[in-house]
Ligand binder design. Structure first.
Ligand code: NAD
Ligand code: DAU
Length: 347
């Protein structure tokens, strides 16, 4: 099998590429990534010499490049993760999200449809999406696969748009697709613009911890390797023309999560208990901030037997240890453009 994985140099994509390269030596894994600020080949340096792995630098927005790629390689499957993924950046520059998340996805759909249209048998377009397409929950309830889409940020609107296009290609052209909508991931190789890695880095550097609003926003957190395992299962065993929710059954209010992280970091840094918590600073809220996300992952559990394998406490400890053991990675990604981004966002 020739499998195209897009966005494989990013956070989740690198875990998916590693898993497929290692577990399926008989597949050829092509990692297509534009290497934006979020893409980093250092994330894959442990597998980049494997004979079944090939990296291709390219932009999914470039229609002729994508068409040529599908003419050159006879792909059996696409696992599409490439995206602009940070909500705060989408508030600053929505069009960048329209370009990559919507136009880029449609370019891939067209190329796959045209390459496969004579015989869809055995082909699969897997679109990796987010729970944010469902909008915000109140204090009760869970998102299921039938919850109506109600996106609130330019990021989630662009992901919702891409999900709709994938479904439409299934209905209109018969393209075999599957979509998954997952909750917040955390773990190794997470870019430090997102809450957990940003705060790990700031605690290490004794910098303030900017908690948006009152800190009572709630997210459901999943260890990234559990997401990669779910993607593997759904790619191989999920039903065509269907969607699956993936989540950690693990809701945390931001402020409670930050306090737990501070306490884990105090121990690692030999600081007195409560020391890192003093860095917490409540700052201006994110516009349109969704109050709560929570996933009902019963369907993937019942149909495919998937469930998370690590508790949040275990996953957080593994994650913190990884950042301590990989200070070179952290210092590379926090140099250069990152400093400008940080200044613009937080000062
Ligand atoms: P990320 O920002 O870490 O990585 C995105 C990758 O896509 C980067 O390697 C980047 O270089 C690449 N990319 C961006 N624009 C591109 C373009 N035009 N052409 C080719 N490559 C491009 O993102 P992530 O957190 O790993 O998320 C991966 C996917 O999973 C996204 O589709 C995201 O919406 C979805 N998702 C993320 C989470 C999460 O918590 N991070 C949760 C659910 C779903
Ligand atoms: O739910 C899945 C989504 O999770 C993915 O689709 C997105 O790609 C991913 O970025 C993530 O989105 P969030 O906006 O939930 O993640 P983020 O880490 O940016 O923020 C988590 C929570 O923490 C959110 O309520 C905002 C808050 N926050 C975030 C940052 C960066 C802060 O309070 N301070 C911060 O500095």
């Amino acid at each position: 099998m020739n499998i195209l994985i897009t966005g494989g140099a990013g956070f989740i994509g690198s875990h998916v590429v590693r898993r497929f390269v290692k577990n399926y030596p008989n597949y050829n894994i092509y990692n297509l990534d534009a290497l934006t600020y979020a893409g980093n080949l250092e994330n894959l340096k442990d597998i980049d010499d494997k004979p079944n792995y090939k990296f291709i630098k390219g932009d999914i927005v470039d229609e002729s490049f994508i068409n040529k790629l599908f003419a050159d390689v006879d792909f059996d499957g696409v696992i599409h993760l490439a995206a602009e993924s940070h909500v705060d950046r989408s508030i600053e520059d929505p069009l960048a999200f329209v370009r990559t998340n919507i136009i880029g996805t449609v370019n891939l759909l067209n190329a796959a449809k045209n390459a496969w249209k004579d015989n869809f048998e055995g082909k699969r377009f897997y679109h990796v999406s987010t729970d944010e397409v469902y909008g915000a929950l109140g204090e009760q309830g869970l998102f299921t696969e039938t919850t109506a889409y109600d996106p609130n940020s330019p990021y989630s609107a662009s992901k919702a748009g891409s999900d709709h296009f994938v479904r439409a290609y299934g209905e209109t052209y018969g393209l075999p697709y599957v979509i998954t909508n997952c909750s917040n991931n955390y773990g190794p190789y997470h870019f430090p613009e997102k809450l957990i890695p940003l705060f790990i880095n700031n605690i290490m550097e004794n910098k303030s911890l900017p908690v948006y609003g009152d800190g009572k926003y709630t997210r459901d957190w999943l260890f990234v390797e559990d997401h990669a395992r779910a993607i593997d299962l759904v790619f191989h065993k999920g039903k065509n023309h269907d969607t699956y929710n993936i989540g950690g059954f693990n809701e945390w209010q931001n402020i409670d999560l930050v306090k737990l992280l501070c306490s884990v970091m105090d121990k690692k840094l030999n600081r007195a208990e409560g020391e890192s918590e003093k860095l917490i600073a409540y700052v201006k809220d994110r516009p349109g901030h969704d109050l709560r996300y929570a996933i009902d992952a019963t369907k993937i559990n019942k149909e495919l037997g998937w469930k998370p394998s690590v508790t949040f406490e275990e996953g957080l400890e593994l994650t913190v240890d990884w950042y301590f053991d990989n200070s070179d990675w952290l210092s590379h990604v926090t140099s250069g453009d990152y400093k400008e981004y940080y200044k613009k966002m937080y000062t």
